[in-house]
Design a protein around this ligand. Structure first.
Ligand code: C2E
Ligand code: CA
Ligand code: CA
Ligand code: CA
Length: 275
């Protein structure tokens, strides 16, 4: 029993060691990832359902670590936030987005994910204005995607900050909508232009009645509040059809295109799939 106990312990500690080594490697790697050219932005098209036309592109960050290989943003963004690197990383993505907006992605609305922490830095607003000016980018071409974590920390401060951002003309989207705790009063007070319905609802759209009802309810609510809706994670023609019936404005997902480098960004769409 003693030996087994020790065996368990050593397995456990090895796993812990493995995990903290990975975390440390990510933290260390992140410090120099930009200057070493390991970070890239991939772009996923956003399609307007009424026109069946690409109207926008979402910037999604990609990192290839020399030893760890591809590390996903779901893993490294929280680490960047914890060790004070999100500011630099976020600024870099925002600048890449402005650059692409006035070059390869002319005519499209450009969406950039920003973390709650990034917005809370005092200089965020100034940086944003500086970039718009430097790239001569019309503010309405840029949309910032935030999750409701931005609201939860300090709703009053967030409200003031989001209004200040919205006043520049830059648009705001509430990402992962439906997954958290957002109350309806937030939707009324906060200056969001767009609600992005979380992928989990789209995944269950054809298999669960409640998912369908929720998507329909969100789009109806959005129409009432004069906001646009985007469904993310659309993978099949059947899902697309079901979404069309709800009155949602835009879709994104592997059905149309995965996020790709600028050089592979689709110029036009295939025929609208029918089922
Ligand atoms: P998100 O903003 O909700 O992005 C959607 C995620 O779903 C992306 O994962 C995208 O690649 C993936 N996706 C798109 N279409 C489909 C589909 O049809 N099926 C499936 N299964 N997945 C799909 P990704 O690129 O790994 O990003 C994960 C999260 O990391 C993002 O979630 C966002 O919260 C965060 N993130 C990504 N780039 C940035 C960034 O530049 N800054 C910040 N702060 N966060 C970022
Ligand atoms: Ca997003
Ligand atoms: Ca999302
Ligand atoms: Ca997400």
């Amino acid at each position: 029993a003693k030996a087994a106990g020790r065996g368990c312990w050593s397995l456990y500690s090895e796993e812990m060691g493995e995990r903290s080594r990975r975390r440390l490697a990510i933290e260390e790697g992140l410090r120099h990832a930009i200057e070493r050219g390991q970070i890239q932005v991939h772009w996923q098209p956003k399609v307007d359902l009424a026109q069946w036309e690409i109207v926008g592109a979402e910037a999604l960050i990609r990192w290839s670590h020399p030893e760890l290989g591809r590390v996903g943003p779901d893993e490294f963004i929280p680490i960047a936030e914890q060790c004070g690197l999100i500011d630099g990383l976020g600024h870099w993505v925002l600048e890449e987005a402005c650059r692409a907006a006035v070059n390869e992605l002319q005519g499209l609305t450009i969406s950039v994910n920003v973390s709650a922490m990034q917005i809370q830095f005092g200089h965020f607003l100034e940086d944003l204005k500086t970039l718009l000016q430097r790239y001569q980018l019309a503010p309405q071409r840029l949309e910032l995607e935030v999750t409701e974590s931005v609201i939860l920390d300090d709703p009053d401060q967030a409200l003031a900050m989001l209004h200040a951002i919205r006043e520049t003309g830059v648009r705001l989207a509430l990402d992962d909508f439906g997954t958290g705790y957002s109350s309806l009063s937030y939707l009324r007070c906060f200056p969001f232009d767009t609600l992005k319905i979380d992928r989990s609802f789209i995944t269950e759209l054809l298999t669960r009645q409640d998912a369908q009802a929720i998507v329909r309810m969100i789009t109806e609510l959005a129409i009432t509040l004069s906001k646009r809706t985007v469904c993310e994670g659309v993978e099949t023609a059947e899902q697309l059809n079901a979404i069309c019936a709800t009155g949602c404005n835009e879709v994104q997902g592997y059905l149309i295109s995965a996020p790709v480098p600028l050089s592979a960004f689709p110029r036009s769409l295939p025929e609208r799939p029918s089922v």
